[in-house]
Design a binder for this molecule. Structure first.
Ligand code: ADP
Ligand code: MG
Length: 221
Protein backbone atom coordinates (compact mmCIF):
# COMPACT_ATOMS: atom_id res chain seq x y z
CA UNK A 1 0.00 0.00 0.00
CA UNK A 2 2.85 2.39 0.88
CA UNK A 3 6.43 1.85 -0.21
CA UNK A 4 9.48 4.04 0.12
CA UNK A 5 12.45 2.89 -1.94
CA UNK A 6 15.82 4.48 -1.11
CA UNK A 7 14.22 7.82 -0.29
CA UNK A 8 16.55 10.68 0.66
CA UNK A 9 15.73 14.26 1.52
CA UNK A 10 18.04 17.22 1.93
CA UNK A 11 17.39 20.94 2.18
CA UNK A 12 19.49 23.69 0.69
CA UNK A 13 20.10 26.40 3.28
CA UNK A 14 22.39 29.42 3.54
CA UNK A 15 24.84 27.18 5.42
CA UNK A 16 24.80 24.71 2.53
CA UNK A 17 22.96 21.49 1.90
CA UNK A 18 21.73 19.61 4.95
CA UNK A 19 20.79 15.97 4.66
CA UNK A 20 17.80 14.94 6.81
CA UNK A 21 16.86 11.45 5.58
CA UNK A 22 19.12 9.01 3.73
CA UNK A 23 18.13 5.90 1.79
CA UNK A 24 14.94 5.24 3.71
CA UNK A 25 13.12 2.01 2.87
CA UNK A 26 9.66 1.48 4.28
CA UNK A 27 6.83 -0.87 3.44
CA UNK A 28 3.45 -0.44 5.12
CA UNK A 29 0.44 -2.63 4.42
CA UNK A 30 -3.18 -1.57 3.93
CA UNK A 31 -4.98 -0.98 7.19
CA UNK A 32 -1.85 -1.02 9.32
CA UNK A 33 -1.49 1.42 12.18
CA UNK A 34 2.03 2.69 12.45
CA UNK A 35 3.84 5.03 14.84
CA UNK A 36 6.91 7.02 13.89
CA UNK A 37 9.00 8.12 16.83
CA UNK A 38 12.30 9.96 17.11
CA UNK A 39 13.92 12.96 18.74
CA UNK A 40 12.91 16.50 17.90
CA UNK A 41 14.51 17.58 14.64
CA UNK A 42 15.17 14.01 13.47
CA UNK A 43 12.98 14.36 10.37
CA UNK A 44 9.58 12.99 11.42
CA UNK A 45 7.54 15.84 9.94
CA UNK A 46 9.77 15.85 6.87
CA UNK A 47 9.05 12.15 6.32
CA UNK A 48 5.30 12.75 6.70
CA UNK A 49 5.43 15.64 4.21
CA UNK A 50 7.08 13.36 1.65
CA UNK A 51 4.50 10.60 2.15
CA UNK A 52 1.71 13.19 1.99
CA UNK A 53 2.97 14.81 -1.22
CA UNK A 54 3.50 18.13 0.51
CA UNK A 55 7.18 17.92 -0.47
CA UNK A 56 9.24 15.83 -2.88
CA UNK A 57 12.20 13.54 -2.15
CA UNK A 58 15.66 14.61 -3.29
CA UNK A 59 16.07 11.05 -4.55
CA UNK A 60 14.31 7.72 -4.32
CA UNK A 61 10.77 6.65 -4.99
CA UNK A 62 7.47 6.70 -3.12
CA UNK A 63 4.65 4.40 -4.19
CA UNK A 64 1.14 4.67 -2.76
CA UNK A 65 -1.64 2.23 -3.74
CA UNK A 66 0.53 1.06 -6.62
CA UNK A 67 1.09 4.53 -8.03
CA UNK A 68 4.60 5.97 -8.22
CA UNK A 69 4.23 9.57 -7.15
CA UNK A 70 7.21 10.85 -9.15
CA UNK A 71 5.34 10.07 -12.36
CA UNK A 72 2.53 12.47 -11.52
CA UNK A 73 2.36 16.10 -12.60
CA UNK A 74 1.89 18.70 -9.89
CA UNK A 75 -1.85 18.91 -10.63
CA UNK A 76 -2.15 15.13 -10.55
CA UNK A 77 -0.27 15.08 -7.24
CA UNK A 78 -2.74 17.57 -5.76
CA UNK A 79 -5.63 15.42 -7.00
CA UNK A 80 -4.02 12.27 -5.62
CA UNK A 81 -3.44 13.98 -2.27
CA UNK A 82 -7.10 15.08 -2.06
CA UNK A 83 -8.40 11.63 -2.96
CA UNK A 84 -6.06 9.35 -1.03
CA UNK A 85 -4.66 11.17 1.95
CA UNK A 86 -6.18 12.66 5.08
CA UNK A 87 -4.12 14.94 7.31
CA UNK A 88 -4.41 15.62 11.03
CA UNK A 89 -2.13 18.20 12.67
CA UNK A 90 -1.23 18.97 16.27
CA UNK A 91 -2.72 22.46 15.95
CA UNK A 92 -6.04 21.21 14.45
CA UNK A 93 -5.97 23.70 11.52
CA UNK A 94 -9.74 24.18 11.45
CA UNK A 95 -11.21 26.90 9.23
CA UNK A 96 -12.32 29.45 11.81
CA UNK A 97 -15.23 31.16 9.98
CA UNK A 98 -16.75 27.74 9.15
CA UNK A 99 -19.06 25.71 11.40
CA UNK A 100 -18.16 22.17 12.50
CA UNK A 101 -20.25 20.71 9.66
CA UNK A 102 -18.73 23.08 7.10
CA UNK A 103 -15.21 22.19 8.26
CA UNK A 104 -15.95 18.47 7.84
CA UNK A 105 -17.49 19.03 4.40
CA UNK A 106 -14.66 21.27 3.16
CA UNK A 107 -12.64 18.49 1.42
CA UNK A 108 -15.76 17.48 -0.54
CA UNK A 109 -16.46 21.09 -1.52
CA UNK A 110 -12.85 21.55 -2.66
CA UNK A 111 -13.13 18.43 -4.82
CA UNK A 112 -16.48 19.67 -6.19
CA UNK A 113 -18.24 16.58 -4.88
CA UNK A 114 -21.87 16.35 -3.93
CA UNK A 115 -22.35 16.26 -0.17
CA UNK A 116 -24.43 13.46 1.27
CA UNK A 117 -25.84 15.11 4.41
CA UNK A 118 -26.69 11.77 5.96
CA UNK A 119 -23.12 10.50 5.71
CA UNK A 120 -21.85 13.75 7.30
CA UNK A 121 -24.36 13.34 10.12
CA UNK A 122 -23.28 9.72 10.63
CA UNK A 123 -19.62 10.72 10.70
CA UNK A 124 -20.29 13.43 13.29
CA UNK A 125 -22.38 10.99 15.35
CA UNK A 126 -19.59 8.39 15.25
CA UNK A 127 -17.06 10.91 16.52
CA UNK A 128 -19.39 12.23 19.22
CA UNK A 129 -20.03 15.67 17.75
CA UNK A 130 -23.73 15.38 16.90
CA UNK A 131 -24.62 18.14 19.38
CA UNK A 132 -21.95 20.51 18.03
CA UNK A 133 -22.80 20.41 14.33
CA UNK A 134 -23.44 24.13 13.97
CA UNK A 135 -20.82 25.27 16.49
CA UNK A 136 -17.96 27.59 15.51
CA UNK A 137 -14.42 26.25 16.13
CA UNK A 138 -13.54 28.95 18.71
CA UNK A 139 -16.34 27.65 20.98
CA UNK A 140 -14.96 24.09 21.01
CA UNK A 141 -12.63 22.42 23.51
CA UNK A 142 -9.27 21.11 22.24
CA UNK A 143 -10.57 17.54 22.19
CA UNK A 144 -13.64 18.57 20.21
CA UNK A 145 -11.49 20.52 17.73
CA UNK A 146 -9.33 17.50 17.09
CA UNK A 147 -12.40 15.30 16.62
CA UNK A 148 -13.61 17.74 13.95
CA UNK A 149 -10.20 17.46 12.29
CA UNK A 150 -10.45 13.64 12.43
CA UNK A 151 -13.91 13.68 10.84
CA UNK A 152 -12.61 16.04 8.15
CA UNK A 153 -9.64 13.73 7.48
CA UNK A 154 -12.02 10.76 7.10
CA UNK A 155 -14.74 12.37 5.00
CA UNK A 156 -13.29 11.43 1.62
CA UNK A 157 -12.51 7.88 2.78
CA UNK A 158 -8.76 8.23 2.20
CA UNK A 159 -6.42 5.27 1.82
CA UNK A 160 -4.03 6.77 4.38
CA UNK A 161 -4.34 9.12 7.29
CA UNK A 162 -1.19 11.01 8.29
CA UNK A 163 -1.26 12.47 11.77
CA UNK A 164 1.56 14.67 13.13
CA UNK A 165 1.44 14.62 16.96
CA UNK A 166 -2.39 14.64 16.88
CA UNK A 167 -2.75 14.61 20.66
CA UNK A 168 0.28 16.82 21.32
CA UNK A 169 -1.75 19.82 22.42
CA UNK A 170 -4.34 17.89 24.44
CA UNK A 171 -4.17 16.84 28.09
CA UNK A 172 -3.46 13.15 28.64
CA UNK A 173 -6.97 11.92 29.31
CA UNK A 174 -8.50 13.90 26.42
CA UNK A 175 -5.65 12.77 24.18
CA UNK A 176 -6.30 9.13 25.03
CA UNK A 177 -10.00 9.46 24.25
CA UNK A 178 -9.34 11.22 20.94
CA UNK A 179 -6.77 8.58 20.00
CA UNK A 180 -9.26 5.81 20.81
CA UNK A 181 -11.81 7.43 18.48
CA UNK A 182 -9.22 7.80 15.74
CA UNK A 183 -8.15 4.15 16.07
CA UNK A 184 -11.76 2.93 15.98
CA UNK A 185 -12.51 5.06 12.93
CA UNK A 186 -9.50 3.83 10.93
CA UNK A 187 -10.14 0.21 11.97
CA UNK A 188 -13.77 0.39 10.83
CA UNK A 189 -12.80 1.88 7.48
CA UNK A 190 -9.61 -0.21 7.05
CA UNK A 191 -7.64 3.01 6.58
CA UNK A 192 -3.86 2.96 6.98
CA UNK A 193 -2.73 5.25 9.80
CA UNK A 194 0.70 6.78 10.20
CA UNK A 195 1.04 8.73 13.40
CA UNK A 196 4.01 10.75 14.58
CA UNK A 197 4.41 10.80 18.32
CA UNK A 198 6.98 11.07 21.05
CA UNK A 199 4.54 9.54 23.53
CA UNK A 200 5.37 5.89 24.23
CA UNK A 201 1.85 5.15 25.44
CA UNK A 202 0.56 6.16 22.01
CA UNK A 203 3.25 4.23 20.15
CA UNK A 204 2.34 1.08 22.14
CA UNK A 205 -1.20 1.15 20.78
CA UNK A 206 -0.04 0.85 17.15
CA UNK A 207 0.63 -2.34 15.17
CA UNK A 208 4.19 -1.30 14.33
CA UNK A 209 6.65 1.31 15.57
CA UNK A 210 9.42 2.89 13.49
CA UNK A 211 12.22 5.00 14.89
CA UNK A 212 14.03 7.72 13.01
CA UNK A 213 17.68 7.97 13.98
CA UNK A 214 20.89 8.87 12.17
CA UNK A 215 18.84 9.86 9.10
CA UNK A 216 17.40 6.36 8.78
CA UNK A 217 14.07 4.72 9.66
CA UNK A 218 14.24 1.49 11.64
CA UNK A 219 11.47 -0.80 12.79
CA UNK A 220 11.38 -1.50 16.49
CA UNK A 221 10.79 -5.11 17.51
P1 ADP B 1 10.85 16.60 13.55
O1 ADP B 1 9.45 16.64 13.01
O2 ADP B 1 11.38 15.21 13.76
O3 ADP B 1 10.99 17.40 14.80
P2 ADP B 1 11.48 17.99 11.10
O4 ADP B 1 11.20 16.97 10.05
O5 ADP B 1 10.50 19.07 11.27
O6 ADP B 1 11.82 17.26 12.48
O7 ADP B 1 12.88 18.68 10.76
C1 ADP B 1 14.08 17.94 10.60
C2 ADP B 1 15.22 18.87 10.30
O8 ADP B 1 15.03 19.45 9.02
C3 ADP B 1 15.32 20.04 11.26
O9 ADP B 1 16.67 20.27 11.53
C4 ADP B 1 14.70 21.18 10.50
O10 ADP B 1 15.25 22.41 10.90
C5 ADP B 1 15.07 20.85 9.07
N1 ADP B 1 14.11 21.38 8.10
C6 ADP B 1 12.81 21.03 7.98
N2 ADP B 1 12.23 21.66 6.96
C7 ADP B 1 13.17 22.46 6.41
C8 ADP B 1 13.21 23.37 5.30
N3 ADP B 1 12.12 23.57 4.55
N4 ADP B 1 14.37 23.98 5.03
C9 ADP B 1 15.47 23.75 5.77
N5 ADP B 1 15.52 22.90 6.81
C10 ADP B 1 14.40 22.26 7.13
MG1 MG C 1 7.74 17.59 13.68
Amino acid sequence: MLKLNQVSKSFVTKQGEISILENVNLHIGAGEKVAIVGPSGSGKSTLLSLIGLLDTPTSGEIVITGESLANLSEAEQAGFRNEKIGFIFQSFELISPFTVTENVMAPLDIAGEKVNQESITNLLDDIGLNNRKEAMPRTLSGGEKQRVAIARALVKKPAIILADEPTGSLDRSTGEKVLTMLLEAVSDSHTTLIIITHDESIAKRMDRVFEIRDKGVYERN
